[in-house]
Design a protein around this ligand. Structure first.
Ligand code: UDP
Length: 391
């Protein structure tokens, strides 16, 4: 582990800026930890996602101090960016935080760090140092993450690879802290402390005796023909055998909805649902036979749970999921997807080896570590296990 450098005093005020479902899931363990340790905390919801966040607030017992409602239907990325800056600035001016924490690669993360920088407030970046290697994919997230990396003072890396990437880019070693990803904290905590709702029980009954394929897709690079052809291949796969069933919580983005309605409607062994609550989703994930998704967070969750996954992307900024054997990258080609789906069925050796859980993204104690870095280790926190490190 990197040497711990504490820069904040016990009474420092932290402002956490988030706006999307994955950011809130990954910040939830941090927020809970900071609240439990009595720290001064301000939570700002930019409103990049709206309905997707409401059940999460309830699940994690979080009530944001500010709701900026920055989302306007159909607005360009530039319009969103400027609205975020405009709405964040008065909050920073009023609250005068000692540190702004952002997570990942969203517009809320990049604009949150920019707004803080312009007011000379230091920034901490959770999930720092991920790179796909292609500035245009995922778009605009890859560039967002790089830009946050230019601004951040604290870089919280989830894996050894992420730490090395930052070092290679010239970030000072003492600013980088290898802590794991808080998504694993949220996952383990949720699976341990909650029970799935009746929807999950009903879905499990519906899919009883069948292999359950859980699908999500929402990436901008896949919109259009690529997404339609992937969905067609998935439908053909489910049609090919009666012992296959598919559940697909459909992202609210209109591009996704249109493709799904055109390709997947009306099949008795395909269930299309609204986005599922996180608690239900992770319980279903833990029962899936195969996951097919372009989601970043789900790659981390599948790895932590040991769930074979086909990633609907050309590249991934989380190659650890592929290297540890859980995930396979499919790219744009529907033929390749068909081939991989077939392989999942017939290659039992692959399926069994991909079903081994791996803690490369963390061991469930990332939030504690981040708080220790920021405030110094408290006697109340558990002695931490060193992370297992993947090259
Ligand atoms: N998720 C959820 N309900 C769903 C689908 C996904 O709660 O119906 C969760 C999932 O467990 C993961 C996160 O949403 O933690 C991933 O979000 P998303 O795929 O939207 O974004 P990404 O991780 O790709 O940025």
């Amino acid at each position: 582990m990197t040497q711990v450098v504490s820069e904040l005093s016990k009474t420092s005020k932290i402002l956490i800026c988030f706006g999307t479902r994955p950011e809130l899931i990954k910040f939830a363990p941090m927020i809970q930890f900071l609240v439990a340790s009595g720290k001064q905390l301000v939570t700002v919801n930019t409103g990049q996602h709206t309905d997707l966040l409401l059940p999460l607030f309830e699940l994690f017992g979080i009530r944001p101090d500010y709701n900026l409602e920055a989302m306007v239907a159909g607005q360009s990325l530039n319009a969103l960016g400027s609205r975020l800056l405009e709405k964040l600035d008065p909050v920073l001016e009023k609250e005068q935080p000692d540190l702004v924490l952002v997570q990942g690669d969203t517009a809320s993360a990049v604009m949150g760090s920019m707004a803080a920088f312009n007011r000379r407030i230091p920034v901490g970046h959770l999930e720092a140092g991920l790179r796909s290697g292609n500035p245009l994919s995922p778009f605009p997230e890859e560039m967002n993450r790089r830009l946050v990396g230019q601004i951040a003072r604290f870089h919280f890396a989830a894996t050894e690879r992420n730490r090395r990437t930052l070092l290679d880019e010239g970030v000072k070693p003492e600013s980088i802290h290898l802590v794991g990803n808080t998504v694993v904290d949220a996952l383990h905590q949720t699976l341990k402390t909650t029970r799935p709702g009746s929807t999950v029980a009903e879905m499990q009954e519906w899919a009883a005796g069948k292999k359950l394929v859980l699908v999500t897709t929402h990436r901008r690079e896949n919109f259009g023909e690529t997404m339609s052809l992937h969905l067609r291949a998935l439908r053909e796969f489910i049609e090919s055998r009666t012992d296959l069933a598919m559940v697909f919580p459909v992202h609210p983005n209109p591009n996704v909805r249109a493709a799904v309605n055109a390709e997947l409607d009306h099949h008795p062994r395909i269930r299309l649902t609204d986005p599922m609550g996180y608690c239900d989703f992770v319980h279903l994930l833990s029962h899936a036979w195969l996951i097919v998704s372009d989601s970043g967070g789900i790659q981390e969750e599948a790895t932590a749970l040991g769930k074979p996954m086909i990633v609907l992307r050309e590249n991934t900024e989380r190659p650890e999921a592929v290297e540890c054997g859980v995930a396979r990258l499919v790219g744009e080609s529907p033929e390749r997807l068909r081939e991989m789906l077939r392989t999942a069925l017939i290659d039992e050796v692959w399926h069994a080896s991909a079903s081994r859980s791996c803690d490369v993204f963390g061991d469930g104690h990332a939030a504690e570590r981040i708080c220790d870095v920021l405030f110094g280790a408290s006697e109340k926190t558990n002695p931490l296990q060193p992370l297992s490190i993947a090259a």
